[in-house]
Design a protein around this ligand. Sequence first.
Ligand SMILES: [Fe+2]
Length: 454
Amino acid sequence: MVVEIDGRRLNYWLNARKVTLPVLATRTQTDSGTFASIVNGGRGEVDDVTAKNVAGALSVRIGDLMSDTTELPRVIYSSAADIARTRRPITRDGIHFYNYYTLPVPPSRIGPVLLDILCPQDRVPALNNGHLEPAITVNLGPGDINGRWGQSLSPETWAPIRANRREDAWVVGDSYVEPSYCPHSYGLASDTPALLLSYTAPSRLSSHLEEQNRWTDDQAALFRSHYGKERVASAAILEAQMLRRGVDVRWLSMTSGIEERQLEGYLNGSGALLTTSQLEQVARSLNVDHRILLQPMPGRDPVGKTSLSYERSIETARAFRSYQVASMAASPLHSDLSGIFISVTGSSREAPALDLLDDCDSHYLVTAGALVFSWKEDGVVQQRAIAKGDAIWMGPFVPHGFGGRGALLKLNNGDGGTYQDQMEISVAWNLQHTLERSRGDFQNWGYDHGSGGK
Ligand SMILES: [Fe+2]
């Protein structure tokens, strides 16, 4: 079997492991020219025994060395008919409960789905089990929907998600954001059918949770008890950073100037919260990014969700570039999940301006009218007529715009540039150089060719 090795990844691991090409050749008993040509040529094939030996010599998995350089598309377009063909029914509680439809998305990405709500109004819809992915959900109408978020029904767990029935509505309905593992379910609120747009976006905790699944139960239980004490999570984070650094309360008090008793109380959850300036002092003592020690802003109701009625969305309507836009439900506790309603009232005779550009993936769904979609590809402006029900996946940093008359929704989840990435970008040393050097980096860390490396 032949394995395709990615030269950039091989080079990354050679640098990370401080192994030179000649040393790798010796360790794997391979001609040294083989790896040099892979590193210089961008990729190359080796037999599976060699691949296994290389992986062993670098202490990585073979998959860590394999090519994953498939270029992401700039744009994926799906017509309403394409989306209709993705329909699959699901049964719950013994009835045909939803039809699901998928919006376009590149392989291995999670995209939004549409749901036909079919549970009739005289039935309380049976709950699902919830899921790790937080979600942003919008009623596309035409009918209202009953939302359910808990076993017992209360104003927080049983509420309408209404459609805006105005003829010319571009803010099409109520929206809400839900956190991980929030059970939820939807039923019709009347005889009028209803379509829901729901974007279950990747949880930013998922890579850490994957890591925890490689721990023993004992390790996972100790993690839970560290973060499970009656205190704010930020206090548990501070304690973890102190432990890593061999710092106790006494030393932290001495170096930060905050009283020991106050630090104790904060760390064990019995005292007052530290102020922002105190947390900055603590961060300086520990040499950690103070932002991880701050209290997040509140932004959830008692069952964890954040809702916005369409009337409140309309209150946020504003001019943005050549459009009118309005906000969907959003929470500072889900920084990557966002959405806007967009009204396009341009002239179809004029070429639309390429006045939109996002730093991360975005998803568009046309909710009304006939539009002209333009985007730039290799310096050339492309155009396509799009209409109600069509959808677009848009890559980061692709200039684009819409003309004609109609309305769209846009959803982002931070894929391709998360807020955690932004935290790291904000502290990168010599950012421009880092970005230029890292793009397709085939340089070794600096050793003479033919040497054993130092
Ligand atoms: Fe869901």
